[in-house]
Design a protein around this ligand. Structure first.
Ligand SMILES: Nc1ncnc2c1ncn2[C@@H]1O[C@H](COP(=O)(O)OP(=O)(O)OP(=O)(O)O)[C@@H](O)[C@H]1O
Ligand SMILES: [Mg+2]
Length: 398
């Protein structure tokens, strides 16, 4: 593994130590940027080592633990270590971790500390109908936003029971949002950072994955919460706003509490719909709730029509008239390429950027970035006063 790390040309291995005491001596002597503390150090000394290496020698520590060791995970998150990895170690995971520590300002020697940027913008991909393409769009639009803007971008999977962002990015999660909900006291941006994963080796996008099994969702929202009634999602998104420029949120198809927390904090909500009557009826009700009940301003709620060319006679104009809301973005249907990218675990906009659907996602991503960063871009979608049964027109025209 060490030759692979060195071969990247980005890192140099300056020393090796076989126990915590020697590691501290070597930190003092060699003044490295990072100390990777392997399982050899899994004595009680390791927590002491983390504190000392960082406090005395200004060295960032990456901890290595046994796989599935949840006690280690919890302790590691609270230990002050900059990142943690599980055995068996893979060279590319170690490289990604070192990159992450460097990018987050965690390379203590000579690097700037993590800068607080309270202006991060939240874009939530939402819709109350299942299977309309929310996750595909969320993963690709977040990837595209990072590539185009080159800013700090993160995507959060709030489909707590059946989230699929880890699969869409081909990730093997080592921790998830549920681990953050198990931390004691306040959740800090540095703690959140440790649970994030890099989406792809070549893509500087971070991912906060959903719990590994559906029953754990109750620890984020519901009876299993460590602190009853606490909105962990609000706390986590507030942390991300401090250290990321653009925060994308993928959601489950419902007005559950965690979704509402994200919707409330969002700068833009992208409502995904599709050109069939059941989905459009559902979207009509969803817009009623967002605009009439929650009273979100129109400029915060944008509609994207996925598989726009699959309407079998329903045009985009018909749909906008039926919804009494403008369609801001349209994506074509492309089952072959979209399924191929999901099966590879790689975003379509990265692998096949010239396909019409990838080009449509790229245009959507640049439009969304522009929308959240330019006050004047908040043009109001054309919408008259919403009437009940507005979709009757669409249903009756058949
Ligand atoms: N433009 C598209 N063309 C073809 N297939 C698509 C397109 N967008 C999404 N799909 C496919 O549709 C299916 C549902 O997509 P996705 O999982 O993103 O929807 P979702 O709204 O997140 O679903 P859920 O509500 O279950 O989370 C997937 O198989 C996906 O590959
Ligand atoms: Mg989904």
């Amino acid at each position: 593994m060490i030759p692979t790390i060195v071969a990247t040309g980005r890192f140099t291995v300056v020393g090796i130590a076989s126990n915590a005491e020697t590691a501290l001596d070597e930190c003092k002597r060699l003044n490295p940027h990072v100390l990777i503390a392997g399982t050899d150090f899994q004595s009680p000394d390791v927590w002491h080592l983390v504190r000392k290496a960082q406090a005395l020698h200004n060295v960032a520590v990456v901890l290595v633990g046994g796989s599935q060791d949840t006690a280690f995970l919890r302790r590691a998150m609270q230990s002050g270590a900059k990142d943690f990895l599980f055995e068996p170690l893979k060279a590319e995971e170690v490289i990604a971790s070192l990159d992450q520590v460097r990018d987050s300002g965690g390379l203590a020697n000579g690097a700037e500390p993590l800068e607080a940027k309270p202006q991060g913008k939240i874009i939530t991909i939402f819709g109350t109908k299942g299977g309309v393409g929310k996750s595909f769009i969320a993963a690709n639009v977040a990837s595209s936003a990072q590539i185009q803007s080159k800013k700090r971008c993160v995507i959060v999977d709030l489909d707590l029971e059946f989230g699929c962002l880890a699969a869409l990015f081909g990730l093997r999660p080592r921790a998830s949002i549920v681990d953050l909900c198990r931390t004691e006291g306040q959740i800090e941006p540095e703690t959140v950072e440790k649970v994030l994963m890099q989406a792809q080796p070549s893509l500087d996008l971070r991912v906060l994955v959903s719990p590994p099994t559906p029953d754990l969702a109750a620890e984020v929202e519901g009876e299993g919460r460590r602190v009853k009634g606490r909105s962990y999602v609000t706390d986590i998104l507030s942390c991300l706003k401090q250290s990321y420029d653009y925060i994308f949120v993928d959601t489950a198809s419902s007005f559950r509490e965690t979704n509402i927390a994200a919707l409330d904090m969002s700068d833009v909500i992208l409502v995904v719909t599709a050109p069939d009557i059941p989905t459009l009826q559902n979207t009509g009700k969803c817009l009623d709730i967002l605009l009439e009940a929650f009273k979100y301003p129109q400029e915060k709620v944008l509609v994207a029509l996925n598989r726009a060319d699959g309407g079998a006679g329903l045009t985009t104009e018909d749909i906008a008239r039926g919804l009494q809301y403008s369609i801001k973005y349209e994506l074509p249907s492309d089952g072959r390429n979209v399924t191929w990218s999901a099966n590879c675990g790689r975003p379509l906009i990265v692998e096949r950027p010239k396909t019409p659907v990838a080009e449509a996602v790229n245009a959507m991503a640049s439009g969304l970035i522009w929308q959240v960063t330019n006050e004047r871009a908040k043009d109001k979608p054309a919408r008259s006063h919403r009437r009940r049964g507005v979709l009757d027109w669409l249903t009756s025209r058949k």
